[in-house]
Design a binder for this molecule. Structure first.
Ligand SMILES: [Zn+2]
Length: 214
């Protein structure tokens, strides 16, 4: 996949997404595409704590962080281990890397597949207040600490994700996750926040547009 195509305002969005949306080599030439008005975010980038050398993977994150644009969200993929229920290790490591890279406090983030508790959510928000938290069908199996985080979150700062084909949102049933099951995610999030599915869908539609400036 090439990330060195010419982009201008006339480049069809599909072409941008197909050819430049995910630079595979992490090179600065690929990342300089961020300055194009057709590129609305950087990501997803991050690391996976379920692999052996994840600390090394984390160090590589320094490069995209140094080239980030504070007004274009960085979509963060911070995969935790099964034991680290609140995502504590990758969240803390990511904050350290961001500080070393000089990420400013007003950098926009989309923290995708978030599963932290109230404590992690508060710590992250104090560090990077311009963050939107992505909630998935995992909410159906959240404990009280995770639910209290979701309940306390400013209504303008969460978005919905299916993470299809992963994170099947219907506990007790089997199947393959699909983007069309987003409404089910909205329902479990609505239950957690003592809201309605319609309100959550309406709110997160607005939130996602604000996050990505679209
Ligand atoms: Zn991901």
């Amino acid at each position: 996949m090439s990330s060195r195509l010419h982009l201008d305002a006339a480049t069809p969005l599909e072409e941008v997404l197909d050819q430049a949306g995910q630079p595979q080599d992490g090179s600065s030439s690929g990342l300089s595409l961020l300055s194009s008005p057709n590129v609305i975010a950087l990501g997803e980038v991050g690391f996976d704590c379920t692999v052996g050398n994840w600390e090394r993977e984390g160090k590589v994150l320094d490069e995209p962080f140094r080239l980030a644009d504070p007004n274009k969200p960085i979509i963060l993929h911070l995969r935790r281990t099964a034991e680290d229920k609140y995502q504590r290790a990758p969240l803390e490591e990511c904050i350290k890397i961001a500080h070393v890279a000089g990420i400013p406090p007003h950098q926009k983030f989309h923290l995708h597949c978030f599963s932290g508790s109230f404590k992690e959510l508060t710590h992250w928000t104090q560090t990077f207040p311009e963050t939107w938290f992505g909630y998935t069908g995992m909410v159906a199996s959240f404990d009280e600490h995770q639910l209290s985080g979701l309940r306390s979150l400013n209504a303008k700062r969460f978005v919905l994700e299916t993470d299809a084909p992963y994170l099947w949102p219907r506990p007790g049933r089997r199947g393959i996750n699909r983007p069309r099951l987003l409404g089910e995610v909205a329902t479990v999030v609505a239950d957690a926040r003592q809201s309605t599915t319609a309100n959550v869908l309406e709110r997160t539609y607005i939130n996602a547009r604000q996050l990505y400036s679209v």
